[in-house]
Write a protein that binds this ligand. Structure first.
Ligand SMILES: C[S@@+](CC[C@H](N)C(=O)[O-])C[C@H]1O[C@@H](n2cnc3c(N)ncnc32)[C@H](O)[C@@H]1O
Length: 254
């Protein structure tokens, strides 16, 4: 295994999973193509999100790629439930500290999973409920439509041909975990660009911008260096504010 792959494997092993709901993703963070019917769509680091299922229900040929899916179903189920339980405990704690208007105590983690916390919608646990629902839908779909869920590192999309994908995205995955190693980040994006069709887009959320507190300083430096390398290679890209808090990076396949 190459050194870059080993580093990616370590980062993946140190990560945790979560369950972004399709409705939040669609509303706040990713601009999906208007009509996905017949499109091949890939979500990287898709975890327990129900997005692949929702896109498939709309007629897309959708795949999720995540190391989690290498595990047998019972292990996936347990990992997902443990992660959600821990998330909800932390979010509840953050909400309580916000109620005392002690914003300094709200972890960047809690804000990142629910930017509404910044707007002091303190009693709103709708994120937790949506997340639980997304995870339940994911688990059912994972059992029923196993071929949609590919248990690989994000840098290995060998199940896909060059120039075959219409749209790709990652939420709280590529930018969150893999950005701490610039070579890993480059490897993953290069593989994504290999499989995308020309002029088609890769959306990465969150990206540097409004949610700067989300990253440690070395990851932030890597995100800046990464954007600079796209400039140097004249690869078209946009760093956009989403309709929620935070930014997304869009990279367009040349
Ligand atoms: C925080 S979760 C995000 C899940 C989902 N996208 C969401 O927003 O709810 C991060 C996911 O990335 C996966 N992951 C981390 N590094 C990875 C890598 N290099 N290749 C594939 N999956 C990876 C983890 O297994 C985990 O499920």
């Amino acid at each position: 295994m190459s050194l870059v792959r080993e580093s990616e494997r370590r980062l993946a092993d140190a990560s945790y999973t979560s369950a972004f709901h399709y409705k939040s993703a669609n509303h706040y963070v990713i601009e999906f193509p208007e009509n996905v019917r017949g499109l091949t769509i890939v979500e990287l680091c898709s975890g327990a999100s129900n997005i692949v299922k929702s896109l498939s229900d709309q007629g897309a040929n959708a795949y999720g790629v995540d190391v989690l899916y290498k595990q047998p179903f019972k292990r996936v189920e347990r990992t997902v439930q443990e992660s959600l339980d821990s998330f909800h405990r932390k979010a509840n704690k953050a909400r309580k500290s916000i109620q005392g208007v002690d914003l300094a105590n709200v972890s960047d983690f809690a804000v990142a999973i629910n930017p509404d916390l910044l707007n002091a919608k303190v009693n709103d646990s709708s994120y937790d409920r949506a997340s639980q629902q997304a995870a339940e839908e994911f688990l059912k779909d994972f059992l029923k439509n196993r071929s949609r869920y590919v248990g690989n590192l994000a840098s290995n999309l060998s199940f896909l041909e060059d120039d075959s994908v219409d749209f790709m995205f990652s939420i709280q995955g590529v930018s969150k975990f893999l950005a701490s190693d610039l070579d890993v980040l480059n490897g993953v994006v290069n593989e994504a660009l290999r499989v995308l069709k020309r002029n088609k887009e890769l959306h990465l959320y969150p990206w540097r911008g409004r949610q700067e507190a989300f990253w440690n300083s070395s990851s932030l430096q890597n995100l800046i260096a990464f954007e600079r390398s796209l400039d140097q290679a004249s690869t078209e890209h946009k760093n956009e504010l989403t309709s929620g808090e935070g930014n997304r990076l869009i990279v367009i396949k040349p």
